[in-house]
Design a protein around this ligand. Structure first.
Ligand SMILES: Cc1ncc(C[n+]2csc(CCOP(=O)(O)OP(=O)(O)O)c2C)c(N)n1
Ligand SMILES: [Mg+2]
Length: 590
């Protein structure tokens, strides 16, 4: 580059500071006002920039990447409606605590409310869905302003990462010229030949000169209970008559697997693991009793625990949530961010502490034998799996196979609606390292494909996406990321021609059910695979699916495997099975 102006300088400092703060990937959507950001970030040697064209899909892709890696992939878009398309993913990031950094380009302030083209009010655009909003000042090559810019960027990355992770929104105004052409004489020497001006390249504070890393280094401790608060918890666990550990959804296993294993062994409390908790699958599932079939049998259990230790967000399973509500006893909700994620309001204690630290501390202070309730739960778990194996409804069977046949290690993304519920009910715990993700923060069926591909971009594991047909339809634009980000996936699309989940609701009995709720569409998705150059196969047969699935996992490229199902029949079998399981458990066949 031979030229530059103050916007070029501003963009380069932003890119440089993001990289120093640990950013390795950024997602850029095309547009003009964001030119200084796009040019600088795409040219930065330490940032892998991905160009995605639809802002809604781009934002979900960045969300997926943030879920898998725990690091934000900054998003760049132009001014106007473009930033509106980030909003659904920002909502999910807020609810599910996913790190994101949004850099929305804006017009100069005097154009707000002027009728100027593509100019909208971008101030606090995402309301309370972001952890922080900052409008950056207009670019200027002044020392203090540039220090403020670096501080804002390094803090944005840190704030986005947690402990209450979420999105940080930086609105970035630019006035023309936006391209890296020579502008008015407003930058110091050095910019025109492509380097940052001396003094702006590294922090100018003498004490940190030459330090690598971000302009502001953040050191964060882990929160730990005081000895007396810990004692109270130890006492409650030690004297429990019937104890249980519940692990709800979270993107990083919390507590860490070994710490959970130690706590379960020391307390004698069995573990109930949501499929999105990071604890349903993994080597620890061999060392301790991990229960995964509860969604199918917990409502039939007569006994409830009197002490429950709960980690993560509220469980996906409604039967489990109802069971915990009916338990009533002492329930400890552990949340390092001090949030409240328990909508039945039965938890009695909020424990604000790091989950791993807490589990390790408790494990070293307790030595309690399993109680008869633990034995009963484990017995029900064993009986459940041996009974349902081979009796699953058609869609549940596919999901059971998806995790049963997934390689070790692998990463599975599961869509909302029936896929996540079926995984909860039919995904049997395994000792293989299968990392499962979903968008359960706000449970949208938008952005599923993009989120999955973003997750896949953040790992070397083979990637599987299990998705319903409406969710697949919703984010077909997201398929573009397969080529543009070079991600391979096995996409299992359960096509029941509409929203099968609505069969679970009383609206099923009304005339409006079919046209307005189940909404059959009759789309042939093979065309979508053709459009994006993907392989496509369709089957109704279980054995054929298994074959296609294992072949896909063992080959390069992306395959879309469509399984045709009849949602009516699927729900009939699901209901019958539920009744049969309940009868069996209450017969004491255990
Ligand atoms: C963005 C968004 N719009 C609407 C909904 C409401 N909704 C929940 S599930 C569902 C149907 C999903 O259908 P599909 O993906 O085919 O899964 P299935 O129910 O058949 O398992 C709808 C419309 C939602 N959760 N998110
Ligand atoms: Mg469907």
């Amino acid at each position: 580059m031979s030229e530059g102006n103050v916007n070029t300088l501003w963009g380069r400092i932003i890119a440089d500071e993001l990289a120093k703060a640990g950013v390795e990937t950024a997602v850029l959507a095309p547009g003009s006002r964001s030119t200084p950001l796009t040019v600088a970030i795409s040219a930065h040697a330490d940032i892998e920039a991905i160009s995605l064209l639809d802002e809604r899909s781009a934002a979900f892709f960045a969300l997926g990447y943030g879920k898998r890696t725990g690091r934000p992939a900054p998003l760049v878009c132009t001014s106007g409606t473009a930033l509106g398309n980030f909003h659904p993913a920002v909502i999910e990031a807020d609810a599910a605590r996913v790190p994101m950094v949004l850099l929305t380009a804006d017009r100069p302030p005097e154009l707000t409310d002027s009728g100027a083209n593509q100019t909208i009010d971008q101030e606090k655009f995402y309301g309370d869905s972001v952890r922080r909003y900052r409008k950056l000042p207009e670019p200027e090559a002044a020392d203090r302003k540039l220090r403020s810019l670096r501080t804002a960027l390094s803090r944005a990355v840190e704030t986005a990462r947690g402990p209450n992770a979420g999105a940080v929104h930086l609105d970035v105004p630019f006035r023309k010229p936006l391209e890296p052409n020579a502008g008015p004489d407003d930058v110091p020497e050095g910019v025109p030949d492509g380097t940052l001006p001396e003094g702006f390249e590294t922090p100018t504070r003498p004490a940190t000169a030459g330090r690598k890393g971000p302009y502001v280094e953040t050191v964060r401790g882990t929160s730990r209970l005081s000895a007396s608060d810990r004692c109270a918890l130890v006492e409650a666990i030690r004297t429990a008559e019937r104890g249980l550990i519940v692990c709800g959804p979270t993107d990083r296993p919390a507590p860490a697997r070994n710490a959970l294993r130690d706590l379960s062994r020391a307390s004698g409390f069995p573990v109930v693991a949501d499929p999105l908790s990071g604890h349903r699958f993994g080597p620890h599932a061999e060392a301790i009793d991990v229960c995964g079939g509860y969604d199918g049998y917990v409502s039939a259990l007569e006994t409830t625990p009197d002490v429950v230790v709960r980690f993560g967000a509220s469980p996906t399973s409604k039967p489990l949530r109802n069971y915990l509500r009916s338990a009533g006893g002492r329930q400890f909700l552990v949340d390092p961010a001090g949030g409240w994620r328990e909508a039945t309001f039965t938890a009695s204690d909020l424990v604000v502490a790091d989950e791993t630290r807490l589990a390790t501390d408790l494990a070293s202070a307790i030595d309690r034998d399993p109680d008869p309730y633990a034995d009963r739960l484990i017995e029900a778990e064993r009986a459940y799996w041996s009974f349902v194996d081979g009796r699953e409804p058609p869609e549940g069977r596919v999901i059971a196979d998806v995790v049963r046949l997934a390689p070790d290690p692998s990463t599975v993304f599961v869509s909302n609606s029936m896929p996540v519920r079926d995984l909860d009910r039919f995904g049997r715990p395994r000792s293989a390292s299968i990392s499962v993700y979903g968008n359960r923060g706000a449970s949208g069926i938008d952005g599923i494909t993009s989120s999955a591909l973003g997750v896949g971009y953040g790992t070397d594991d083979p990637l599987v996406l299990t998705v319903g047909d409406l969710a697949y339809y919703h984010d077909m634009n997201g398929l573009l990321a397969i080529a543009r980000a070079d991600v391979d996936a096995t996409i299992v699309c359960l096509n029941n021609d509409g929203g099968g989940i609505f069969h679970l609701l009383p609206i099923e009995a009304h005339d409006s059910f079919e046209p307005w709720f189940r909404t059959p569409h009759g789309l042939d998705f093979e065309h979508s695979a053709d459009l994006y150059g993907l392989e496509f196969a369709r089957t109704e047969d279980r054995d054929r699916f298994r074959e296609l699935y294992t072949d896909s996992l063992g080959s390069d490229g992306t395959q879309v495997l469509e399984i045709e199902t009849d949602s009516d029949r699927n729900h009939d079998v699901r209901r019958q099975l539920q009744r049969a399981v309940a009868d069996r458990l209450s017969d004491g066949d255990g």
